[in-house]
Design a protein around this ligand. Structure first.
Ligand SMILES: *Cc1c(COP(=O)(O)O)cnc(C)c1O
Length: 230
């Protein structure tokens, strides 16, 4: 079932890339495995998954311990400062940085462990009250504050689009994030890359790819519905 789902998502990614004249290699599929048992992650690995996304530090760390070390782990959920020390070494990319205070903590822990922390800035493009993320208007200023911190590297932007019935409704959200990344890239800020655009989930990843996503985060489409809301 997971293998079949995974192949179907792969196929749809290929189609979206073809429609928008992009190469499949430009888009990373992140299998969002939150709430799912490690057996299901193993199944996804057998189907070809290499990158897994978790939204809770504890769950990422638990799965990290028992699964093979060749997995690439991404933290996609809100991160509390007191949890940074547990995850900074394990997560290859933290998608959800939306404050200077959090970035300072990540930097501090990365310095301590002598590693380079890769982060994305989470932007609340839709300005939903329930969501984390910096505003579109506040993004450049936050990036300028974070960029000089040691051992931290801004790789791009991330957004969580609203839940919608028709994915076309989110096209404008994805287009806005892409435009913001292009605008910021043109400023040539030291230690800032805008190569990664993490946008698109099960309901809308094809539209996100058409609008320039380089990472899509797909949970339900691979693992099926989650038992509870997170
Ligand atoms: C859960 C989650 C996803 C995956 O959502 P699906 O709709 O199940 O694909 C993607 N991104 C984030 C940040 C999430 O928390």
């Amino acid at each position: 079932m997971i293998a079949e789902n995974y192949r179907e998502v792969e196929q749809k990614i290929c189609e979206a890339c073809a429609r928008s004249g992009r190469s499949r290699s430009e888009v990373t599929l992140i299998a969002v495995s939150k709430t799912k048992p490690v057996e299901m992650l193993r199944e996804a690995m057998e189907a070809g998954a290499e990158v897994f996304g978790e939204n809770k530090v504890q769950e990422l760390c638990d799965k990290y311990e028992v699964l093979p070390r060749n997995i690439h782990w991404h933290l996609i959920g809100h991160l509390q400062r007191n949890k940074v020390k547990y995850v900074v070494e394990k997560a290859e990319l933290i998608h959800s940085v939306d404050s200077l205070r959090l970035a300072e903590e990540i930097s501090k822990e990365a310095v301590k462990k002598d590693i380079q922390a890769n982060i994305l800035i989470e932007v609340n493009v839709a300005e939903e009250e329930s969501k984390f993320g910096v505003t579109v208007e506040g993004t450049e200023e936050l990036i300028r504050q974070i960029a000089p911190l040691p051992h931290i590297h801004i790789r791009g932007l991330m957004t969580i689009a609203p839940y919608v019935e028709d994915p076309e409704e989110n096209r404008i959200i994805f287009r806005t994030l892409k435009k913001l990344a292009v605008d910021i890239k043109m400023k040539n800020i030291d230690n800032v890359d805008m190569d990664v655009l993490s946008m698109g989930m099960t309901g809308d990843y094809q539209v996100a790819i058409e609008e320039g996503a380089t990472m899509v985060r797909v949970g339900t489409g691979i693992f099926g519905e989650r038992d509870y809301l997170v």
